[in-house]
Design a protein. Structure first.
Length: 537
């Protein structure tokens, strides 16, 4: 664990991010930083001047160098100005994992336009409602979102075009066409510092827009390096969706480090496994459900793939079950890192492989520059080991929601994450579920996540979610939704599930309902959606 700025400096030096550069390159990097502050536009410009010929990313269109990517993005920014997109415009981006997403984000930033990152699972009226709420004027969108073609009140630019050249509708320019114009329009030297608006996961309702301005210092990058041994020049497969805060942060961190990002437009576990071997991937960025799907591949397929190149597997975006932690460590070795955070508070804690091996359910410790606190309902520190609300303080707290009336509680500079947790063995953080998930059953406070942990350890259980449902006698009761492995000698039954919980937890924690289902309802970032579970009860 890093305890001082000296330790952090050593970690940064080991990463290779700081290397000697000539005076000309230093001057160019200084100019880029002066123009765009600490933004994705700066990250790409600086790295393009440090490592111009290094491969920035590899997607279905092939590899592209930092110099080419930076030049293309600059050309797109000039074309956007020609299209009337400039200072204080609002550009929505609806793209899967490919270079067009990054080009759109950086180009919009270079003209001073806000970027709104749209969840790729939105469709129909939900997409229309979000675009209207965010007051988007331009939508940069992939060709495989047909609902976008029906939008008449917004200017469309097509990002990804399939091999057959299909268009959303006639007359829509593509990103590559705009780049090919090589406009000579002058970009503003110091445009307005735009905001990036990321939609929340929407597990409890319609996604909200969370405003994120530029970091006030380099601590966000330092936070990752303080607990995860990332290296400049590594090859990283970013499977996590890059429209979400985790995937987006991974992509921008890769650019800032001068590494190579491998992007696949759609996640498939076998494709990811082949990409690891083909590109000699050292860093794998996933949400836990993706990691689970990789490990669910046939053993022969897993064993035949050479994954010895992997140095880190970094999971974030939702809770990672303890059995999956153990399976990952057993299959790939001591290389799993688990990040706990959110769109609102950024990185809150990081668990290292050693910590996960000893305590598979832990969320780890706060990284450098972050403070964690467990507070009681009255806002005072909870007793050691007691469950309370998780509050986080760092330099990357969000600037607020775009929806009027929505906010996060802040106490003494610390922001509520919306989760319940406790500080356990060795000062490690353990989460106990969302604040909204805690139920009161017969006058007792019940935390669904501790029940999930017990059931998840049972043989024959693939995954499980526990939530509260209405009960006329007790107010609320617990319902467990279990996905079973293929039938076998240890096939769990409702009776064995309740008996297991009864033997390990208090009487009021035993679920009154056990429902066996084929799959848990999840959103595009892998989080279970409780409201959809309750409809299955």
């Amino acid at each position: 664990m890093l305890n001082s700025a000296i330790d952090l400096a050593r970690a940064i030096l080991r990463s290779g991010i700081l290397r000697p550069s000539g005076s000309a390159h230093l001057a160019q990097m200084g100019i880029a930083a002066a123009r765009w502050d600490v933004t994705p536009a700066t990250a790409l410009a600086v790295t393009a001047r440090r490592f111009p010929t290094r491969i920035a990313l590899i997607d279905e269109a092939g590899p592209v160098s930092y110099r080419t990517l930076d030049n293309e993005t600059d050309a797109l920014a000039r074309a956007l100005l020609d299209q009337g997109v400039g200072r204080e415009a609002r550009v929505a981006i609806l793209c899967r994992n490919h270079r067009g997403f990054l080009q759109a984000v950086v180009a919009a930033g270079r003209v001073g336009a806000d970027q709104i990152l749209i969840n790729t699972s939105l469709a129909g009226t939900q997409l229309t409602d979000v675009l209207r709420e965010q007051r988007a004027e331009v939508l940069i969108v992939d060709a495989d979102f047909p609902d976008a073609a029906k939008l008449d009140e917004i200017e469309l630019i097509q990002a990804w075009t399939p091999a057959d050249g299909a268009r959303l509708r006639p007359g829509i320019p593509t990103v590559m066409e705009l780049i090919a114009r090589r406009s000579q329009t002058r970009l503003p030297f110091r445009p307005r510092v735009a905001q990036c608006i990321i939609l929340t996961s929407g597990t409890t309702g319609t996604p909200k827009g969370a405003r994120r301005s530029v970091p006030r210092n380099p601590l966000p990058a330092a936070a990752l390096l303080s607990r995860i041994p990332l290296r400049s020049g590594n090859v990283g497969l970013i499977s996590a969706p890059i429209f979400h805060s985790w995937g987006f942060g991974a992509l921008i961190s890769s650019i800032a480090l001068g590494s190579t990002a491998v992007l696949q437009r759609r996640f498939a576990p076998d494709d990811a496994l082949r990409a690891i071997e083909r590109h000699q991937v050292q860093d794998l960025y996933v949400v836990p459900i993706m990691l689970g799907r990789i490990l669910d591949l046939p053993d022969a397929e897993l064993s035949s793939a050479d994954t010895s190149c992997l140095r880190t597997i970094i999971a974030c975006g939702s809770a990672i079950p303890a059995p999956l932690v153990r399976n990952t460590l057993r299959r790939f070795g001591q290389i799993l890192y688990n990040i706990y955070g959110s769109t609102e508070v950024s990185f809150a804690s990081i668990a290292t492989p050693d910590e996960l091996a000893a305590h598979p359910a832990t969320s780890g410790r706060a990284p450098f520059g972050t403070k964690l606190a467990i507070l009681s309902v009255n806002g005072t520190p909870a007793a050691r080991g007691a469950i309370g609300q998780v509050f986080v303080g760092n330099s990357m707290l969000f600037d607020g929601y775009t929806r009027p009336g929505e906010s996060k509680q802040v106490i003494d500079g610390l922001m509520a994450s919306g989760d319940l947790g406790r500080i356990g063995a060795g000062g490690l953080l353990f989460l106990e579920g969302r604040v909204d998930d805690m139920i009161v059953s017969g006058g007792e406070n019940v935390y669904p996540q501790e029940v999930e942990r017990v059931i998840a350890e049972m043989p024959g259980v693939r995954e499980v979610a526990v939530t509260g449902v209405s009960d006329p006698e007790f107010g609320q009761r617990l319902a467990a939704f279990v996905v079973r492995e293929d039938a076998g000698s240890d096939y769990p039954t409702a009776e064995s599930v309740t008996a297991e919980v009864k033997g390990k937890l208090a009487r009021f924690s035993v679920p009154r309902d056990v429902c066996f289902i084929d799959a848990l309802p999840r959103n595009s970032t892998g989080k279970v959606v409780p409201r959809l579970l309750r409809k299955l009860d």
